[in-house]
Design a protein around this ligand. Structure first.
Ligand code: ADP
Length: 808
């Protein structure tokens, strides 16, 4: 079109374009709605159909003023005009030339502008190959751009790419490219075609970069969505398959149930919760019937079954405690007192932790059952862990869950069993725990018992720390000296000694008989035990420090009588000394008692085993021979050495006792400890052997009613021994009247039962010659004299009196 005169300044009706920039050589359809614009078109149609189109800067402005309009626009010819309904018009215009506003002559009733035509600068100032390079750059950029705009119609792309000239290319691109008004306006205002193309390349590259980012972000989001969808799909499939196979457990449902429980614990540490919730997530992703799934499930279940929150309401009430302890147990004053002290301390200072009692004593003296009563007295749950024979650390601390069939250790199991965070846990027979190549369980036990560490006890299986600081630990041992030292240091030992006959009778009468009658459904009228009947049972059928066998034998009688009652053979029965063999069979232990007369070469020694004290005879025979010493009766090495020492010592005092000094050449000595099947060891039979050998060699009898204990050195010094309390109890049971003990054990007499002290005279000695003087029936020089007992007064309760005793 060449209607434009380049030098002319002309006035045209004008339209402010919203969001559209018109270019010369562009054909454009658009709707016109604004009244002013319609009037402008109508005015143009009356004249030469030319109209000036200029973009407004902000398309939201309804009544644009001069400053709202760009300066440069396009004079265009209206080629088609249609009513578009509701008083609007649709027009088609063709750009004629570029022009800039010199003046806006009117805004009403329509806009009218005076414009000056603008011409492009000549392209000759750019070398043709540079222009060609620019054309290629624009074409390439456009192509790349189109790749990123999937909706770009193919026809447009091919029509753009088929343009051979720079101008044709620019016009096509600018017509079909969606660009912000500002950018298009810049392109419109630029005079040089080369510069316009350059701007276009920049715009295209910028758009390409933005679109690439957009696409990457979209791809990422889509990937994530795809994965989620895929997972969802697979999980659904799995669920359906599981259901079809009738495999009930649904790991998804299950794991969310677990997670809910875990979140619900108030006392569970946050890290523990996190760890367990992670396990729930793992379970969620694991097929329910897989081995892995089973392992995770068992693990989570074990952890959530632990008492994280549950606590028994403790009752630290001394009076109540005393009532319960007395209800369940006879005697045991010292133990009960100590336990009541513990309850009192708990009442005053409930936060003091780490008091660990160790009940030490022979079997059957009520260690386990008093611990149970402590739990009842404090209103706490009670669990017993037997440590006898535990050799493996994993027994205490569990196996790592990577091992097949792994489990938590005994401590965590006990917590599970208790179901509360503050039970009483009885660690039974802690002295029987040993170490071997699998690790030392006592090291783990140390952590359990150490109040500085046990608030975060770690079991290998459950992995998360568990608080044991609220637990009251009570341990038991037969022999406290066998407890590993570091463990022992953490405990307070309470010795529980053997029972006397009288105590056993009382316990049987008040506790064991009623308990067993009840257990067997027999009334107190149907089965009675007379006093002598019970004593006959104690003496003839039991030989023990505690009352365990006694209780068993009472149960045995109950069973027998129950049968007879059911069979209507009898209506009732009373066990007496006379008829006891009817129900119990022949007497098992004849009351050996003290010997009938003083004898040569036979001495009563005292031994101490983990099951209590025992009397132990030592017999010695002297035979013509060559000086051999024979020792029999399953004596251990230490005891054999004691025998050698005794022989050597006797040689050193031979003359004093009228013994021929070359006896060690001409006589054989045979030392025997009867009940040969029972192994015996220890140094404390030293004095017994010296006495037996001296008696055998000298022919002086040993007093029948004495017993003795003590280690002997080569020079005759008497060294202290252990277990005096138990040994003295055995001597008392045996009917001994006098017991020689090492001087240094005098202090231990305080521990000895008063009943025992009432019946036995204890003579502390520091040299074995004092034993010989007191135990042999007469002195070597006065063979025909009547044997004189040692000039000692019986020791009563006060240990002070012992000081005045001296043996001549
Ligand atoms: P330990 O644990 O010391 O081996 P137990 O506690 O198992 O001994 O006791 C064995 C039985 O003897 C239990 O039935 C217990 O109740 C009973 N018993 C022990 N001592 C007494 C006592 N002083 N009073 C009442 N019953 C007792």
């Amino acid at each position: 079109m060449s209607t434009a005169n380049k030098s002319t300044v002309t006035t045209f009706p004008a339209i402010a374009m919203r969001g559209i920039v018109m270019f010369p050589s562009m054909i454009l359809h658009f709707d016109v709605g604004r009244e002013k614009s319609i009037l402008a078109i109508k005015e143009a149609m009356k004249k030469d159909q030319l109209i000036f189109l200029v973009a407004q800067k902000d398309y939201t402005v309804e009544e644009p003023q001069k400053e709202d309009l760009y300066k440069v626009g396009v004079v265009a010819k209206i080629v088609q005009l249609l009513n578009s309904g509701s008083n609007g018009l649709r027009i088609m215009v063709e750009g004629v030339y570029k022009a800039s506003i010199t003046d806006i002559t009117s805004f009403s009733p329509y806009m009218e502008c005076t414009v000056k035509s603008l011409s492009d600068s000549q392209r000759t100032n750019v070398p043709s190959d540079v222009e060609e390079a620019m054309v290629r750059a624009v074409t390439d950029s456009f192509e790349i751009y189109c790749d990123l705009v999937p909706k770009m119609p193919k026809e447009i792309i091919s029509s753009v790419l088929s343009q051979k000239t720079a101008k044709g290319l620019f016009d096509k691109i600018v017509q079909n490219l969606y660009l912000p008004v500002e950018d298009k306006q810049v392109l419109l205002e630029e005079k040089s075609l080369y510069n316009r193309l350059q701007i276009l390349v920049e715009i295209l590259q910028h758009e390409t970069a933005v679109l690439t980012w957009e696409r990457d972000i979209y791809d990422q989001v889509k990937d994530q969505m795809d994965k989620n969808q895929r997972d969802y799909f697979l999980r659904e499939q799995m669920r359906v398959i599981s259901e079809e196979l009738g495999e009930g457990d649904n790991p998804q449902e299950e794991s969310s149930e677990y997670a809910e429980k875990i979140e619900g614990f108030t006392n569970m540490p946050e890290e523990t919760k996190e760890k367990l919730l992670k396990e729930c997530e793992r379970l969620y992703r694991t097929p329910s019937q897989s081995q892995e799934g089973q392992i995770i499930r068992t693990y989570i279940e074990t952890c959530i079954e632990l008492p994280w929150d549950e606590m028994s309401k403790e009752q630290a009430d001394v009076a109540r405690g005393e009532r319960i302890l007395n209800r369940d147990h006879y005697g045991m004053q010292k133990v009960k007192e100590r336990i009541l002290e513990l309850i009192a301390v708990r009442k005053l200072a409930p936060d003091i932790k780490g008091q660990i009692l160790c009940l030490a004593g022979p079997p059957g003296v009520g260690k386990t059952s008093i611990a149970k009563s402590v739990a009842a007295a404090l209103n706490r749950k009670y669990v017993r862990i037997s440590l006898g024979g535990v050799r493996d650390e994993a027994d205490i601390r569990g196996h790592r869950k990577t091992y097949l069939g792994s489990m938590p250790g005994r401590i965590i199991n006990a917590m599970k069993q208790a179901g509360t965070r503050n039970p009483v846990i009885l660690l039974d027979e802690i002295d029987k725990m040993g170490a071997d190549y699998k690790g030392d369980p006592s090291a783990a036990m140390l952590e359990v018992l150490d109040s500085e560490q046990n608030f975060a006890f770690r079991d290998h299986y459950i992995e998360v720390p568990f608080d044991l600081s609220e637990v009251l630990f009570i341990t038991t041992a037969n022999d406290a000296s066998a407890i590993p030292r570091p463990l022992l240091d953490r405990m307070e030992i309470i010795e529980m000694g053997s029972y006397t006959r009288e105590e056993k009778w009382n316990i049987a009468k008040k506790h064991l008989v009623p308990k067993q009658l009840k257990r067997h459904g027999i009334s107190a009228k149907e089965l009675k035990f007379s006093k002598d009947g019970l004593y006959a049972l104690i003496d003839g059928y039991t030989r023990e420090a505690g009352v365990r066998t006694l209780e068993r034998e009472i149960a045995h009688i109950c069973r027998k009588i129950a049968k007879k009652l059911v069979e209507d053979e009898i209506k009732s029965f009373t066990v007496t000394e006379k008829n006891i063999t009817e129900v119990m069979g022949i007497v098992r232990y004849l009351n050996d008692g003290v010997r009938q007369a003083d004898e040569v070469g036979v001495v009563t020694g005292l031994a101490w085993t983990s099951v209590g004290g025992e009397t132990m005879e030592i017999e010695t025979a002297v035979l013509p021979g060559t000086g051999k010493v024979q020792i029999t009766g399953q004596l251990g090495d230490v005891m054999k050495e004691s025998a050698q020492i005794a022989v050597s010592y006797v040689r050193s005092i031979a003359e004093d006792y009228g013994i021929s000094t070359d006896f060690y050449k001409k006589k054989d000595i045979h030392i025997h400890a009867p009940e040969g099947a029972v192994p015996k060891d220890g140094p404390s039979a030293g004095v017994t052997m010296v006495t037996a050998i001296t008696s055998a060699l000298s022919g002086i009898p040993v007093r029948k009613d004495v017993a003795m204990t003590g280690e002997v050195t080569l020079r005759g010094r008497v060294l202290p021994i252990g277990g005096l309390k138990e040994k003295s109890m055995a001597a008392y049971r045996y009917g001994v009247k006098t017991v020689f003990i090492p001087e240094e054990n005098k202090k231990d007499l305080e521990e000895v039962d008063n009943v025992v002290k009432d019946h036995i005279t204890f003579i502390p000695v520091s040299h074995v010659s004092d034993v010989l003087k007191g135990a042999l029936a007469h002195s070597p020089s006065s063979k025909r004299k009547k044997p004189t007992p040692p000039s000692t007064a019986p020791i009563e309760n006060a240990p002070v009196k012992i000081d005045s005793i001296s043996i001549q």
